[in-house]
Design a protein around this ligand. Sequence first.
Ligand code: FA5
Length: 356
Amino acid sequence: MTDSSATALPTRASALAVAFDKELAVVRESRSAAAVDELRVGYLGRKGKVTALLEDLRHCTKEERPAAGRSINELKQHVEAAIQQLKSEAQEWELSNRLHAEPLDISLPVTASVPQGSLHPVTLIRRELLTEFRRLGFTVFDGPEVDYDFYNFSALNMPSDHPARDMQDTFYLREQEHLLLRTHTSNIQIHCMLNERPPLRVVAPGRVFRVDSDPTHTPMFHQIEAFVVDRGVTFAHMKGVIDAFMKAVFGSSMKTRLRPSFFPFVEPGAELDLQCVQCQGKGCRLCKQTGWLEVGGCGMIHPNVFEAVDYDSDIYSGFAFGFGIDRMAMLKYKLDDLRQLFEGNHSFLGHFPLFT
Ligand code: FA5
């Protein structure tokens, strides 16, 4: 026996455990995080009671040390575990104290410093286009972005060896199954006509994909398709609808122009041009001095397309047109590079109006 305090170490450890448990109960009652910390420092800190016991181990003889060490270790583990448990309880006390101290008023307006998002320009223009189409009596239809060759090409009068397929080079997912990313929204004509019967007045916006990339072409872009099928539908109806529609979107002075062109699924077919929004037809860099900007294609639905969906082309006729929504956004918001729309640059996208 070298030191009276050392001989009593196991006894002192169990007395300290009892004292600690009492203090623990008081701290738990207080529900105070600061009291938890005080308790921790008082027992485990540099000058803490458990630390002092550990230091007294030095005074033990070799024989006494194992039993004394074990009892202090048990005490230390007990204290550490209890404090750890208290700490997690303290987080809940803090939260509930705060909730009771500051009642939450969920009717308060959000403060101006909270950053708010804005709608993407393509979403804005798509909404505007659909509003105008609905006003003209069109119904909105949706179709798949991943589709079969049949809907995207074959049924649209583009059999597998048709050279027009080269102009819409696409991404094949499973070539053997003829599954691909659609190259245009014209696939919706086939889906819709196979499911519905005339009269039809349909508009279908959506994402399309092509192997394309330059300032006015992106590999993913958006188109909007519109078509009408009924008895006695003529090219004049189509011209009237396109003109009314473009005037509604771009203002009553907007002029449209149709140029003869070829699309296998229409006959006759035409390219659809808008008067240049930048120079109002005088000629500028944007329109390459022509005064016009191409936005899409149109025409009377080809009898072979009607045959593919089992409509009688002696009874029904129809027109269809499809144009690029991103191009329209480009014209409306006067953008000089289409790719800006898809770069996800916050400072660019933040310029567009909020929730119109
Ligand atoms: C078509 O896609 C036809 N389906 C349109 C059509 C529908 C014709 C119904 C007749 C009847 P085209 O390949 O020209 O046609 O594309 C139409 C428009 O999509 C283009 O005028 C252009 O505005 C837009 N466009 C085409 N490729 C891209 C691209 N890579 N990036 C952005 N816009 C594009």
